[in-house]
Design a binder for this molecule. Structure first.
Ligand code: AMP
Length: 197
């Protein structure tokens, strides 16, 4: 099963992707996690993207193409994978379509987590407080100013993917404002339906 999770920063894509990894046995490909790992390791790629990520902008489509194409060639992606926040521009969507076509594969479904932007900002505040209380590090781009910038970037550059995938007949919308369990069961219903096709 090849699945894309679409939705603004803080919508819960990562939480849901982690659960799908457990229930469906396909890996989660989060370009955000891969880029943060590159920064952590001090690699040339990490050095190149750090300032861009810190200010909440998108890294180039070329960088994403490199990391995605290398990753989906790995053996654990043979059964499928979840692209979690990994497709954020029309150029990236076209690239993923192209790469999959070359491998004689195709996307099964794109699930959009629909959420309310103001509510996401409130949730961010809670997430920061919880992380601090637990002594966990807070992401450099998880502060209100950069978070709002990331929302604007989503609106401008990523939201156009909604009509893109609608046209392909691949888009399914889920209300992302429910509890983690409610969102999970809505996603499960869609994945069960697709698995049965
Ligand atoms: P995330 O962890 O998905 O919220 O991503 C954190 C940051 O990594 C984003 O704000 C971007 O700067 C960068 N990033 C992650 N994935 C992509 C992508 N597919 N295209 C461009 N930039 C990305």
């Amino acid at each position: 099963m090849i699945l894309i999770l679409l939705g603004p920063p803080g919508a819960g894509k990562g939480t849901q992707a982690e659960r799908i990894v457990q229930t469906r046995g396909v890996p989660q490909l989060s370009t955000g996690d891969m880029l943060r790992a590159a920064i952590q390791s001090g690699s040339p790629l990490g050095q190149k993207v750090q300032a861009i990520m810190d200010r909440g902008d998108l890294v180039s489509d070329e960088v994403i193409e490199q990391i995605i194409t290398a990753r989906i060639r790995e053996a654990d992606c043979a059964k499928g994978f979840i692209l979690d926040g990994a497709v954020r521009t029309t150029g990236q969507a076209e690239m993923v379509d192209r790469v999959l076509k070359n491998q004689e594969r195709s996307l099964d479904v794109v699930i959009e987590l629909a959420v309310d932007e103001d509510e996401l900002v409130n949730r961010l505040g809670n997430r920061i407080d919880e992380a601090k209380a637990a002594g966990k590090p807070v992401r450099a781009d998880d502060n209100e100013e950069t978070f709002r910038k990331r929302q604007a970037v989503y609106r401008d550059q990523t939201a156009p993917l909604i009509p893109y995938y609608e046209k392909q007949g691949k888009l399914r919308k889920v209300d992302g404002m429910g509890t983690v369990a409610e969102v999970a069961s809505a996603i499960d219903a869609i994945l069960d339906e697709i698995a049965a096709e």
